[in-house]
Write a protein of this length. Sequence first.
Length: 216
Amino acid sequence: MTHVSPPARTTGDEAVGWAARVMTVLRALAHVVAAQLLLALGTLAGGVVLGLVPSLHAAGTLLARVAAGAPSEHLWRDFWATWRGGWRRCNVLGAPLWAVAVLLWLDAVALGVLTGPARAAAGVGLALAGAWAVVVLAHVAPVTRRYTDSPARTWRFLVLAPAIGPGTSLGVLAAVTVWVLTCAAVPVLVPLAGVTVPLLVTGWLVDVRLDRLDAR
């Protein structure tokens, strides 16, 4: 059979492909910034305490679509629909997070008045507890998005998640650390995407881990 060579790609085709990739990146960045704004509005709408976890859940859902290459066409509508739909469950699951935050704050205050070996030991304990809390928090949005288990069963998984996925935990901590250092060097990034960039990256890392667990 006669082999017919495919037509060679022209410079115009390459330019169109390059432009499409640039537009895809710009659209993803716009979604990240928009999700940051929506997260702030959702948090305020719930009086902070009742708005933060539903907002993390809703923004995480939007960002998961960005990571999957299928960003939402209706950011405002999709965010608030997810926020309202998950409000009760997210706040039930989020209640222990506020308790942990208060305990960590009290530990930090106590650390300021300790001296010597006691201060060093308390500092190590606080650092470990803080790292554990960061990894657990990174799991909250993906877990609430994917599963509908009871709060008790969900929290049993969340508490154990850092231990059963050490590689993912290290990746989450590394991503958060890099982003914190980046924001320290470029403070303007904080209001633009201070929460949504780590939410996007850590959510993707956790989703990869959960995909492997679900496949078993």
